[in-house]
Design a protein around this ligand. Structure first.
Ligand code: F3S
Length: 644
């Protein structure tokens, strides 16, 4: 029997395991990436592992999230990252050079290689035929130290694209259609592998828009074949030599097959506050728009912004709309400025931002109170924009641009002539903002400012875990809820004691104080707890506040692994009805829970939890592999690695 593309890449990188879906496997990692919001921790962790230089083929440290410098903190962090890159043998992409995933696609991605990144949208690299996976910073630090990456062998879903998109319908609409069908939980434990004749009509950046938002499905990764289109893209980036053709075998098997007829798709839109709340643009057209943001790692490529320029040419944005544009990379911005497209964008009244994540991560351009913001980014969780009651809608560049002109949500098919943008034969290649590491970093000094605080220490798992339920939350709690982003909080990313004070801020601001006073306790969650980003601060802050276990209906993959990495037990209700039997803790402390013989309990599949307050007992499952049990028993991955 032949293999699908995912199996081929995993097989060629397999270190441990049998490739049976659901079983733990270990894969060799060729490349890593970090961004600044997760990177400072990742390099502190790499330093703690004690290996002098990275052992990967290539590692890149990007600065794209916290680029605002309103105080010393971010600037200090950037300096720290530049100095650790030199010391440890990592390429450093300076602030202003662009968003990690866009730049990685342009300058570093290689078909058939594995990429592990401390950012949940790392699967963007799947647009180039890479097996690209998002993980916590500690997993990335371990990969840089030469350890394999452990994950459960995913199921492989074949998404077959048939036909061709109609004018004004885009790659963004394809992934919104997948989200509409499968929901934000639909990809959990799966890799989405695209094939079919429809693939041939999609450029690499368009494919990358689709693999990027596979993260919103909860998928482990998403991947496209590497074909003539991939080759042309790499050649245009001056990297034709790294091309390898890659595709599934003709007789490959899949765990699931989904068919999408591209001809039948229409422009789509994800309504607040979830990327799977998808409707046709035509169904919601006419609503007034206050802000339009075009950018992010989903839609800020050269082709995206050329389309924007063509739509805006000679037009003026509506008086009620603030249009903000953040190009994905310096390469994109430079090419737009060279060919005159930037002039068309600026002339329309658009506000140009630097090549960075910006509004996507709540750094700048918070919408006005209650505003409707149309964005080409990938997430529309409540409050992520920086304005609690703003309503964020996710759309294609075409829909965003059309709406910016009219001032209302507009189906782009109502515009005049369809626009055509060709991929350039040659991109403008200039890597001066990427600093390669010196051959020998032993004399390089690590520069730490006062904002860089040591990592919190995790203790081995105690025999008895006793504490109050300090917080009970509902379904689909995101890492943004647990550890918010935004311009005020992001500068504290290297300072766990300070950032912990904001843990669950929007849910219950009394939580950090109560947790610290209680010396720890439990968090109780609903389904898909910890969905969203890879930020390990969502585990590090609860660890610092003394949380020993989170009991939820189910967990998002990366967050669950982050909890394990920091020695926090992720426990799932065996019977979800037990969730209802636990007292809601808000301003006051909730039920007292006890897990007796917690260490021994890990040996069996289920653990008993006593609810002392209510005089009842319920069962939870841990689903930990033997290796994960060892990590939890040791008090986290750093302790575990130190013992080996
Ligand atoms: Fe940055 Fe937003 Fe992507 S924060 S990496 S542009 S999801």
């Amino acid at each position: 029997m032949g293999m699908n593309l995912t199996q081929k890449i995993i097989f060629s990188h397999l270190v441990e395991g049998s490739m049976i879906p659901g079983e733990e496997i270990a894969v060799r990692i060729d490349q890593t990436l970090t961004q600044d919001a997760t990177g400072t921790m990742a390099y502190l962790e790499f330093e703690a592992i004690g290996i002098p230089r990275v052992k990967t083929e290539l590692s890149v440290s990007y600065v794209d999230h916290n680029t605002l410098q309103t105080g010393f903190e971010n600037a200090d962090d950037h300096r720290f990252l530049q100095s650790t890159a030199a010391k440890f043998g990592v390429h450093f992409s300076r602030a202003g050079n662009g968003i990690c995933h866009q730049v990685h696609l342009e300058r570093f991605g290689v078909p058939g290689k594995t990429l592990l990144g401390s950012d949940s949208h790392t699967p963007t690299g799947g647009g180039l035929g890479m097996l690209a996976i998002g993980a916590g910073g500690l997993d990335v630090a371990m990969a840089m130290a030469g350890h394999p990456f452990y994950l459960n062998m995913p199921k492989v879903v074949n998404i077959r694209l048939h036909g061709k998109l109609a004018p004004w319908v885009t790659a963004k609409d394809i992934i919104l259609e997948v989200l509409r069908r499968l929901s934000v939980k639909g990809g959990v434990g799966k890799i989405m592998e695209y094939s079919g004749d429809g693939v041939k009509s999609l450029s690499v950046p368009e494919r990358a828009t689709i693999t990027n938002m596979g993260a919103e499905l909860g998928a482990t990764s998403s991947i496209f074949p590497s074909d003539e289109i991939t080759k042309k893209f790499l050649e245009a980036q001056g990297r034709g030599h790294v091309f390898t053709p890659l595709a599934a075998d003709p007789d490959a098997e899949y765990d699931e097959i989904i068919d999408i007829n591209l001809d039948e798709l229409e422009p789509l839109i994800a309504l607040p506050h979830s990327p799977d709340n998808v409707k046709k643009v035509s169904e919601v057209a006419g609503q007034k728009v206050d802000q339009v943001f075009i950018g992010s790692c989903t839609n800020s490529s050269y082709v995206d912004l050329m389309k924007l320029a063509k739509i805006l040419k000679g037009k003026t944005i509506a008086p009620n709309v603030s249009l903000v544009v953040a190009p994905g990379s310096k390469q994109v911005l430079y090419m737009l400025s060279q060919n005159g497209a930037l002039a068309d964008i600026v002339a329309s009244g658009a506000r140009l931002l630097e090549c960075a994540c910006g509004p996507c991560v709540g750094v700048g351009q918070a919408p006005s109170t209650g505003a409707i913001s149309l964005r080409t980014s990938n997430r529309n969780f409540e409050g992520r924009s920086g304005t609690k009651d703003a309503k964020v809608y996710l759309v294609s560049v075409e829909t965003a641009a059309a709406s910016a002109i009219t001032g209302i949500i507009t189906d782009p098919r109502t515009l005049e002539e369809p626009i055509v943008v060709e991929m350039p034969e040659k991109f403008a290649i200039d890597d001066r903002m990427i600093i390669p590491p010196p051959v020998d970093g032993s004399n390089a000094e690590i520069l730490r400012g006062p904002n860089i605080k040591p990592l919190p220490k995790a203790e081995p798992l105690p025999d008895e875990i006793r504490g109050r339920v300090l917080l009970k939350v509902g379904d689909n709690i995101t890492t943004d809820h647990i550890m918010p982003a935004g311009a005020k909080i992001l500068p504290l990313r290297s300072n766990i004691p300070a950032i912990s004070k904001h843990c669950f801020e929007a849910v219950d601001p009394t939580f950090p104080d109560r947790a610290e006073k209680a010396g720890g306790g439990f968090i109780v969650g609903g389904a898909n707890y910890g969905q969203g980003s890879s930020r390990e601060h969502a585990a590090l802050a609860p660890l610092y506040l003394g949380i020993k276990a989170v009991i939820a209906k189910s967990f998002a993959r990366i967050h669950r692994q982050n909890l394990i990495n920091f020695g926090i037990l992720p426990l799932a209700f065996e019977d979800e009805r037990d969730y209802d039997e636990i007292n809601q803790a808000t301003a006051r402390d909730g039920d007292e829970l006890v897990i007796e013989n917690a260490r021994e309990g890990l040996l069996s599949d289920t653990i008993e939890v006593k609810n002392v307050t209510r005089g009842r007992t319920f069962k939870v499952k841990h689903n930990l592999s033997d290796r994960q049990k060892e990590i939890i028993l040791s008090g986290g991955l750093l302790n575990f690695a130190g013992k080996k």
